[in-house]
Structures are given as C-alpha cells and as structure tokens.
Design a binder for this molecule. Structure first.
Ligand code: ADP
Ligand code: ZN
Length: 210
C-alpha cells in the first residue's frame, strides 16, 4: 500500500498513521518527526529546518524534497509506505508524483482527514508530545499512552501564537493539494471525528475499497 495522509495540523494524522502503518505493515514516514529528530540530534538538516519550524512556516522545498526522496530509497519501502506531513504544497506533490512514476510505484490513495477549524485549535493547544516516541497525548497526562514514557512536552509550534500561523500556511499552501489529488482520482475523504479506534476503522474500510 502506497498512501499519503492529508489534513490540517491537529486532524490526527500522526496518531492514525501509527495504527495504519501497523495494520498494513508499511513504514510511517513523518517529515515533521524526521525534522524534530534532526533538531534533537543537532544535525545540519535540523539546523536548516529550525527557524522555519519555530515560526510555523514550511521548510524550503529543496531541503524537504531531497530528504523524502532519500527516505523513499530505503529497503523498508518495498512493501509500500505511509507519508504523513508530505507533500505539503502542490510543488512537493508534483515532485513526489514524478519520483514515484519514475520508480513505477505510483501512489494508490491520498487519505484526507477532515475536521472543523474550531476543533483544530482546541486539539493543538491541548496536545502534549512524547519526547521518547513522538506520540501525541492530552494535556494533563503524566505518561505517554503509546510508550509509557514520562517526558511529555508542548511543541514550540503548538503554542497559541504559532498555531494561527500554521493554520494560515495550511489554508494557503497545503489545502490546494486536496484538489490536486481529487483530480488525480486518488482522494478518499473521511471525517476525523469520533474515537481514535473509530477513525482507524473507518479509514481501513474506505481504503479496503481500493
Ligand atoms: P503538524 O502537526 O502541523 O502536522 P508536523 O509535525 O507535520 O506538524 O510538522 C511540523 C513542522 O515541520 C511544520 O510546521 C514545518 O515547519 C515542518 N515540515 C514538516 N513537513 C514539511 C513539509 N513536507 N514541507 C515543509 N515543511 C515541513
Ligand atoms: Zn511515547
């Protein structure tokens, strides 16, 4: 299965990606997670990305596209992949399409998690991220629901000032990829409401019709 997840920040892409990647036995490739791991490790890539991430802006395409293309040549993608957080604008979507066409492994679906904007702000500002595994948790939790680690923190870009900018960037730059994938005949939209398990179930049912 070769799949991308689309939807605004806070739609639950990362959470659903964990379950879907386990279900289909495909790697979960999150550009946000890769950038954060590089920040933490203090790599050159992390340094390049930091200022953009802190402001809620997109990291330049030249940096991001190369990073994803490199990741998509690893052995573990033989069975497919689930991309989360990429592509994030139409230019990235075109680069991905060309890259996959060349490899004769075109995308099979773009799964859109749809959610209302007032709900997004609520979710993001109460989100606490696990430093150990990257999973999202609710504010007030003391241990991570995924790995039971106890180092939960609020991402710099989940602070209220930055959330507003991320939503603007989403509307202006990322939302247009929804029409792009609709016209490619790849778009599958499901409402991102209900429990995590209900949404996963819904996604698997929708993808099952492929
Ligand atoms: P979100 O919760 O907004 O989906 P992510 O963890 O996917 O957050 O991304 C966090 C930040 O990493 C983004 O605001 C952006 O700065 C950078 N980033 C992630 N993916 C991309 C991408 N495909 N292109 C450019 N920047 C990206
Ligand atoms: Zn964890």
């Amino acid at each position: 299965m070769r799949l991308i997840l689309v939807g605004p920040p806070g739609a639950g892409k990362g959470t659903q990606a964990q379950f879907l990647s386990a279900h289909y036995s495909i790697p979960h490739i999150s550009t946000g997670d890769i950038f954060r791991a590089n920040l933490k490790a203090g790599t050159e890539l992390g340094n390049q990305a930091k200022a953009f991430m802190d402001r809620g802006e997109l990291v330049p395409d030249s940096v991001t596209n190369d990073m994803v293309k490199d990741r998509l040549t690893h052995d573990d993608v033989a069975n497919g992949f689930l991309l989360d957080g990429y592509p994030r604008n139409v230019a990235q979507a075109e680069v991905l399409r060309a890259f996959l066409a060349e490899a004769k492994t075109p995308l099979q679906a773009a799964l859109e998690l749809a959610i209302a904007s007032d709900e997004i702000i609520k979710r993001l500002s109460s989100r606490r991220t696990c430093r150990g595994c990257g999973a999202s948790n609710e504010a007030g939790a003391t241990n991570c629901a995924s790995c039971n680690g106890n180092d939960l923190y609020q991402r710099e870009d989940d602070k209220e000032e930055v959330i507003a900018r991320r939503l603007e960037v989403y509307e202006e730059q990322t939302a247009p990829i929804i029409s792009f994938y609709r016209s490619e005949g790849l778009l599958i939209t499901i409402p991102a409401v209900g429990t995590v398990a209900e949404i996963t179930e819904h996604a698997i049912t929708a993808l099952g019709r492929l």
